[in-house]
Design a protein around this ligand. Sequence first.
Ligand SMILES: Nc1ncnc2c1ncn2[C@@H]1O[C@H](COP(=O)(O)OP(=O)(O)OP(=O)(O)O)[C@@H](O)[C@H]1O
Ligand SMILES: [Mg+2]
Length: 262
Amino acid sequence: MASPKEAEAPPLTGGSASVPDPTGQALLPLRVNQLVYSVSGTALIRGIDLTLEAGPRTVIMGANGAGKSLLLRLLHGLLRPTSGTIAWGQAGWGTATRRRQAMVFQRPVLLRRSVRANLRFALGLRPSSSKDRSQRLARLLELAGLSEVASRPARVLSAGEQQRLALVRALGLEPEVLLLDEPTASLDPAAVAAIESLIHTADSQGAKIMLVTHDIGQARRIADEVAFVHHGRIAEHTPPEEIFARPRSEPARAYLEGRLVL
Ligand SMILES: Nc1ncnc2c1ncn2[C@@H]1O[C@H](COP(=O)(O)OP(=O)(O)OP(=O)(O)O)[C@@H](O)[C@H]1O
Ligand SMILES: [Mg+2]
């Protein structure tokens, strides 16, 4: 396969348009087979095999530098694998598949426009009447607790406010798959609860949730299954009650005990 390169950037950070699937092909299960991603000859993702079904909320954990963000970007089609395959149901790899998903990045990058304009742009990517769109926009602002600051430039928002904006912008796309990379890392407890509630809403509306977090409490609250990444591989993929009570792999055990594993 071609050498690694950043795929064409999506129109928005925090999501791309969710459009009705012209093929009717389900995106799940996701089947990842021997996925490798290398930069300058160094393998950073080192042979991942992973199957994720439509229902369970998947939480991805692992130490700093383990490869969680790279894995999410590969799955979302923003990076091209060096070798191996990523199969979203029967759908192919690329823009059409990516547009049925939304991703919230570890560091949100927002359009250089107002908060409201960021949301309006995202909502404009889906077909709907302008009345419907303005109602949805107001609802998203309210959900994010950003109604008061809707006219401010998005870039002057606090880190937590930016993350909330990125999340509701992604939700506004009504994605079939929601990929979340540490969406609550810089949030206060009330905002964490608000974001988790938004995640539950998306889940109950049928979106597949794939969440990266270092917050063990959050993982316990959200996970139906945990995939633990270590050095670019999946060390274990187990139900939460198992990994938190009796982690099978040494890296997961060390991580959960707060030990550094190199
Ligand atoms: N473009 C790149 N070139 C070289 N190395 C890279 C590149 N992108 C990522 N890496 C390296 O790949 C490894 C995995 O990075 P990644 O961002 O996926 O980690 P992570 O598991 O998300 O960590 P964190 O918990 O800190 O967010 C890191 O060691 C990182 O330095
Ligand atoms: Mg990361």
